[in-house]
Design a protein. Structure first.
Length: 174
């Protein structure tokens, strides 16, 4: 019940901002606290992604929806108060804009490949993905693209950790 009211309110708010032409809104932290995000399921992050995409700008500009993070952003803001690039606090709270423009450069295409370290050690990969889902750092798995735009896939690999029987997981962003 709460999540559907929350999503409905967000949709209305973003639509009103997009339609008004305003280029900045600041949502009070009491509305979007980390406790709200921790109660959201992965599919809600897809809905939040769609809201930000509808604005046509990076999240830190019009929507300002805080991203889940263990960082105490207000404390960082205090430490960085006199820092010459104050926008870094916005990036800590609302995420960094990637700055890749598909309309100018085209969508990156790569050959889908599976790394041997992932194929030979699936338990290490599964354990990594479960831990990352608990931290809300990844979503899925999906058997389809849940977004309304193309996505780039980054294969995983694993290598042995030095002096350990554990494996280090590598996200191949190349």
């Amino acid at each position: 019940m709460f999540k559907s009211r929350f999503q409905s309110s967000l949709v209305q708010l973003v639509k009103s901002v997009v339609n008004s032409g305003d280029d900045f809104i600041d949502l009070p932290n009491t509305v979007l606290s980390s406790s709200v995000f921790s109660s959201l399921s992965c599919i809600d992050f897809v809905a939040l992604h769609e809201l930000v995409c509808a604005s046509g700008q990076p999240n830190y500009v019009p929507c300002r929806l805080p991203v889940p993070s263990p960082l105490n952003v207000s404390c960082w803001g205090e430490y960085l108060r006199n820092y010459n690039d104050a926008q870094i606090c916005d990036f800590l709270e609302y995420g960094w804009p990637v700055g890749y423009d598909c309309s100018s450069y085209g969508f990156p295409c790569s050959q889908l490949r599976k790394h041997q370290g992932a194929l030979l050690f699936p338990d290490a990969i599964d354990s990594y993905l479960l831990a990352e889902r608990r931290r809300q750092a990844v979503i899925g798995p999906y058997s389809f693209n849940p977004f309304s735009c193309p996505v780039a896939l980054s294969p995983l690999n694993s290598v042995p950790k030095q002096d350990s029987s554990e494996r280090r997981i590598i996200v191949d962003l190349s």
